[in-house]
Ligand binder design. Sequence first.
Ligand SMILES: [Fe+2]
Ligand SMILES: [Fe+2]
Length: 171
Amino acid sequence: MQINPTVNQAINKQIGMEFSAYLQYLTISTHFDVEGLTELAAFFKAQAEDERDHAERFINHVVAFNGKLEIPTINAPSSDVTSIVEAAELSLDWEMKVTDAINSLLKLSAEEEDHITENFLAWFLDEQLEELSTMNKLLKVARRAGANELAVEEFMVRQRGKQPDTTNPDA
Ligand SMILES: [Fe+2]
Ligand SMILES: [Fe+2]
């Protein structure tokens, strides 16, 4: 069984978007790392890894479906982000664009009667909702903190405390 070529093409485009997000979040993470804001650096590094995972999930789908992987040209990420508010705004904008793209991909899969891809995309809808909510929260906190960047760092520590520790298998 082979993937519908139109859907395959749209997935390749989506893979480009995911890698583009990976590079953008990596750039933001590096900026905060240089600034000594290590919690924000770690947060954006984790976001970057998530994006790479998304790209790999799409690539695995292409493989499972006997498709053809054609990664498009990836535009350079913006390196102009200098504040937490800017980083959060850019990320939220980006996640809204990706959500639109996933919705369009879902619509296309339905039109092309590719129900396997439709089903595969359901996970991404949940993931997008989670990422939109995370970035929205970060933006609100960053706006409230204003020039007090360390308040955002403290917020990040508290947020991390709420997450189950997946780095230590014995925990
Ligand atoms: Fe993604
Ligand atoms: Fe994302």
